[in-house]
Design a protein around this ligand. Structure first.
Ligand code: SAH
Length: 399
């Protein structure tokens, strides 16, 4: 507790609408807040004290009167002061967890609500950090957050990747720039014994998909001694991991020339370029072509971009996953393995699994699910936000 209570503006939860917040949920929606003239006049992202209308304080958090998720808890302590020391505490705790999980400083350091840092993503690439604020609240808190990161890690360079999709919902502009130090081209990412190259300024998301780390290791193990097809390969995460683990040949497909250039470079760095083929193509077209050519692979890994970007795309997105699974399953050699992932947070695990099962069946294949997995542990999930477990993956063996 701070010595003196800071004088934050007050926002009230409507009578009877405080249950979820009181039971540990980290958000309060706009229709649960008393949206009077005072509340409406608050600058989006202001730090406020949340109270019940009977005066009982519930905690401190950020407030955006124009967003569907109006209030996000920073702390249940009504006397907390939100400053550099507060963020140093939260980031220090997040750092301690990652240091326990990983040997090398390459990971997602902060994963929003689950790390008590609503709206904040920080990816750590050794001495370089990629920082993303997804909400007006976190946007406003960036100065003390960046100061805390400097104190904790003294990074050589910091890239602001404020181009997440959620920002528009919060009325925020896209903003991508280097705010500390310099970035000269791609930087190295260490994953296990491998070194990948990532482009933090222009690459997708923050430049690297740390979330698939454990799945890459699982898939690589299955690909030993066989051929792997990596569909939506981006900078080569699955493909190069498999080649390094002893796959005899890897074919990788992506529509982005830049991603494929980085992948080819990484393959050389890891001494596996001779076993990797990079193809620029549409995933669906290329899978149909490979099927027509009679090509079969011991492992097919399919890690598409989010098909369901909003709830209204759910039915068409699930159809898309089913079609992908059908095309991919046809390419799996008898006894081989299919890995399919979805990073759409609007798709729950059960419907995704059904779409995959349906696709496999329509491909005329039978088999068994070996594992259903998610993101690696540096992407923790808030216990009351199961939808933040956005990454779902399924591994099957097909007869
Ligand atoms: N598997 C990757 C991450 C994939 S991200 C990893 O482990 O890091 C999704 C990728 O899909 C991006 O690289 C994007 O360029 C690619 N992509 C998007 N639409 C595509 C399409 N229609 N055909 C092929 N690739 C596509």
């Amino acid at each position: 507790m701070s010595a003196a209570s800071p004088d934050y503006p007050r926002v009230f939860v409507l009578p009877g609408r405080d249950k979820r917040a009181a039971h540990g949920h980290p958000w309060v929606y706009a229709n649960e807040v008393r949206m009077d003239a005072e509340a409406k006049a608050l600058t989006p992202g202001s730090v406020v004290l949340l109270l019940r209308t009977d005066g009982k304080p519930l905690g401190v958090g950020t407030f955006n009167p124009h967003a569907l998720i109006a209030f996000r808890f920073l702390s249940r302590d009504p006397a907390i002061r939100i400053d550099g020391a507060f963020f140093a505490g939260r980031l220090g705790r997040a750092l301690a967890l990652r240091e326990q999980l990983f040997d090398a400083p390459f990971y997602r350091l902060a994963h929003a609500e689950a790390d008590g840092l609503p709206g904040l993503i920080v990816d750590r690439f050794g001495p370089v950090l990629a920082v993303q604020a997804g909400t007006a609240g976190m946007d406003g808190c960036l100065p003390p957050v960046l100061a805390a990161l400097d104190t904790l890690l003294a990074p050589d360079a910091v890239v602001l990747r404020n181009d997440g999709r959620g920002r528009a919902l919060e009325g925020l502009e896209s903003d991508v720039r280097v705010i500390k130090g310099r970035l000269d081209g791609p930087i190295e990412v260490k994953e296990g014994s491998l070194t990948f190259l990532a482009d933090l300024g222009e690459g997708q998301k923050t430049g690297w998909f740390f979330d698939q780390r454990d799945n890459r290791a699982r898939v690589a193990r299955l690909a030993k001694g066989g051929r792997l097809l990596d569909v939506y390969c981006y900078a080569g995460g699955f493909a190069i991991s498999a080649a390094a683990a002893g796959a005899t040949e890897v074919v990788a497909v992506d529509s982005s020339e830049k991603a494929l250039e980085l992948a080819a470079l990484s393959a050389r760095v890891n001494g596996v370029a001779g076993r990797c083929t990079w193809r620029r193509a549409d995933a669906f077209d290329e899978m149909a072509r490979l099927d027509a050519a009679g090509e079969r692979f011991e492992v097919v890994a399919v890690d598409p971009p989010a098909f369901v970007k909003s709830r209204k795309d759910l039915a068409s997105g699930l159809k898309g996953y089913g079609k992908l699974a059908r095309l991919a399953a046809r390419l799996v050699a008898p006894g081989g393995f299919l890995f399919m992932a979805s990073c759409s947070h609007n798709v729950e695990p059960a419907p995704f699994a059904e779409a995959v099962a349906d696709g496999v069946h329509r491909a005329g294949r039978e088999g068994r699910v070996l594992a259903t997995t998610g993101a690696a542990a540096d992407h923790p999930v808030h216990p009351q936000l199961p939808e933040s477990a956005y990454l779902k993956a399924i591994i099957l063996q097909l007869d």
